[in-house]
Design a protein around this ligand. Structure first.
Ligand code: NAP
Length: 196
């Protein structure tokens, strides 16, 4: 696949490295062209502008929540009707309370016109380097976008599981808020959910 990665932080680095190793064609862009070039050189990928990266077939929006409006403005018109993977945690740092009224994923879909799929928001970024046995829940409204994202999940050695439409993304985001809230309070979130 031709994958565009917007952002050069922890999530971009982890997923980009794995997808590049899997043979995908990656174009990466961020606020720091130097950082984008360093990552691209490591992966054998291409560093580009935000608009060039947003022109790929599938795009990962690996941007801190407060920067998302700027990046969606900068890529306006290019994401419409495209698969856009959203790993955002739009939560109060260290507390986990969600900031948007609806969900980050629905706000991004509204602003971009993209086929947004919520994914990859629940595990620490470094987890994607060795993700075998992990289930990655997905939410989205568009079948092809869900299928594309599911393929990229499998490429990490993980298993996709569609929870439902994008209107359920808030539930997925709240789970991350729950995990973040307990973890920052010093409790192991894995011990706080039933094993079935
Ligand atoms: N890190 C994790 O373990 C993890 C796990 C799951 C989900 N998430 C979520 O995934 C998203 C990305 O997280 P991350 O850890 O990759 O974040 P990060 O390491 O802080 O990197 C975020 C990226 O966003 C860019 N950015 C921030 N504000 C911007 C703006 N106004 N305009 C353009 N670019 C801007 C940063 O650019 P600069 O470098 O120039 O600041 C950087 O490239 C967040 O919503 C986060 O909550 C993170």
């Amino acid at each position: 696949m031709r994958i565009g990665i917007l952002g050069t932080g922890a999530v971009a680095t982890a997923l980009g490295a794995s997808w590049a190793a899997h043979g995908h064609t990656i174009t990466i862009a961020g606020r720091s062209p130097e950082r984008a070039k360093a990552l691209a050189d490591t992966w054998g990928a291409t560093a580009a502008t935000l608009r060039e990266a947003a022109s790929a077939d599938v795009v990962l929006l690996a941007i801190r929540w407060e920067g998302v409006p700027d990046v969606l403005d900068a890529t306006q018109g290019l994401l419409t009707g495209k698969t856009l993977i959203d790993p955002s945690n739009a939560v109060e740092h260290g507390v986990g309370v969600l900031l948007p009224q609806t969900s980050a994923a629905e706000e991004i879909a509204e602003r971009s016109g993209a086929h947004v799929v919520k994914a990859f928001h629940l595990f620490p970024a470094a987890h994607w380097a060795a993700a075998a046995g992990t289930v990655v829940p997905l939410c989205g409204d568009h079948r092809a976008a869900l299928d594309t994202t599911a393929t990229l999940v499998r490429d990490l050695g993980a298993t996709p599981a569609v929870l439902g439409p994008l209107s359920r993304a808030r539930q997925l985001e709240e789970v991350a808020g729950f995990v973040i809230g307990l973890a920052f309070a010093g409790t192991n979130p894995n011990a706080a959910i039933p094993r079935t």
